[in-house]
Design a binder for this molecule. Structure first.
Ligand SMILES: Cc1cc2nc3c(=O)[nH]c(=O)nc-3n(C[C@H](O)[C@H](O)[C@H](O)COP(=O)(O)O)c2cc1C
Length: 166
């Protein structure tokens, strides 16, 4: 049993969660990086990222290696952008559809406070799955107490491990 965490993070929240999940489960990490960075400051940050998410963009990604055969579980991680997942995940998923077909899927999102359920629903639709083996929402984990974040991540990892054993 081996899991891969495929995630995008603009400002480190989803990245922090990915790292902690990897520490708790031994999963590998695959950070997605866009060829042309989104603006990460001020009004432009929300405008361009939000527009890209709403439009269903597929931004070009920097080269990555996805050794699909090594993994039976893929955990997707993303910030919520305009009540959906961040566009780099769309690029990855559409470019690896056949390799992803046989995998167990789980997901986590980081957000400020609205749109997580819509983001999960849209991600499931894109992946063509009814449900995730485990899912988790974290509110700005970089700003939260480490013990609280670790407890939530612990529950997520437990749900995932129970699904792997079922
Ligand atoms: C373009 C953009 C759109 C966002 N839209 C939402 C949103 O709809 N709901 C929400 O709660 N937070 C929203 N946020 C806040 C991020 O989801 C939140 O800060 C998240 O923790 C960032 O994760 P990261 O640090 O991994 O990039 C948005 C942020 C950006 C940049």
């Amino acid at each position: 049993m081996k899991a891969l965490i495929v995630y995008y993070s603009m400002s480190g929240n989803a990245g922090l969660a990915a790292k902690r999940i990897a520490e708790q489960t031994g999963a590998d990490m695959l950070p997605l990086q866009v060829e042309k960075d989104y603006p990460d400051k001020g009004f432009k940050k929300y405008f361009w990222g939000g527009k890209s998410a709403v439009m269903g963009d597929k931004p070009k990604l920097q080269p990555y290696v996805f050794e699909a055969d090594k993994y039976d579980t893929v955990i997707f991680g993303t910030p919520v952008w305009a009540s959906t997942f961040a566009p780099p995940l769309r690029t990855f998923i559409e470019d690896n559809r056949s390799a992803l077909r046989q995998k167990r899927m789980a997901a986590f999102v980081c957000f400020k406070g609205s749109g997580d359920q819509k983001a999960f629903a849209k991600l499931k639709k894109l992946l063509d799955v009814e449900s995730f083996a485990a899912e988790m929402t974290l509110t700005e984990p970089k700003e939260q107490n480490k013990a609280d974040v670790d407890a939530k991540i612990g529950n997520f990892c437990q749900a995932l491990s129970a699904a792997e054993q079922a």
